[in-house]
Write a protein that binds this ligand. Sequence first.
Ligand code: 6PG
Length: 297
Amino acid sequence: MTSLDSAYTSKLLICKDKSVMALSLHELVIKSCKEALSSDRGIFSIALSGGSLPSFLSNLSDSFDRVGCSPQWDKWHVLLADERCVPNSDPDSNLKALKESILDSVAIPKNQIYGLDESLLLPSSSSSSSLLSCEERMASAYEKTALRPVLEKSGNKIDCVILGFGPDGHTCSLFPNHALLEEKDKLVASLNDSPKPPLCRITLTFPVLNHRSRMIVFCGAGESKGPILNRIFATVHHTPPKQITTNDNDNVKECSAILSDPAPFPCGMARPNEKQDSNLVYVVDTSAAATLNISKL
Ligand code: 6PG
């Protein structure tokens, strides 16, 4: 795995339960959205994963209301951090899960929510692209017609990327020891051998996560995430709360974590290259963090 030449620090928010995790995540999204919309870019670009993540977003609109901030949904551009190569209505589709939890209930223009081109799921025609597999064509089309145009409008970086991490340490559809961890050129890649079903998927790559993202937030709940957190963090210090307003100490414990080098798992390799405060945040619950060794600064 990649080794970086200097220590990389992530913020770590240990939340009392999943509802507090959702509120902490919402604060981060609101902050990122405000920053994006007050910049001269004028849009908010966000990339979202599947798994348990969509469930944390379902009350996002209420959180905007609570702080008196207009989300300006018409300026949102929503990308998929990874997607399974299935129809958008399939129970396995990440887009379907995101639509059901949030996207169907907010006023983001449909053409600014970027799902898979379902026509590419059909057997290929006799064009030159027929040499490519269905998932390769989907990845290439997603890069060309979804990701690159959004990057162009968004100052070449996605404002906010929200990811999960699996009990094997994968993130997006970037799995441990998979050749895609070394991908340097493609911004969206495909795989047909995913260890987590279904086999065929497309995924953002590390050139996007690390070089074209302003902020990455990981969300993970439950004790199955504990062994991954124990390995991806070399040291964890409890730090006094600064900006996160849900941080009364009973609900959210704010920590600073230095990432292990080399990263033992794909999720630990995700490190936005603008090393400003809060560009990488892990939002977890107390079960996930139960076995972390946390010292006081
Ligand atoms: C997918 C997801 C995947 C997910 C992790 C974590 O398509 O499978 O995008 O990358 O985020 O597997 O999933 P959980 O949050 O459900 O543990």
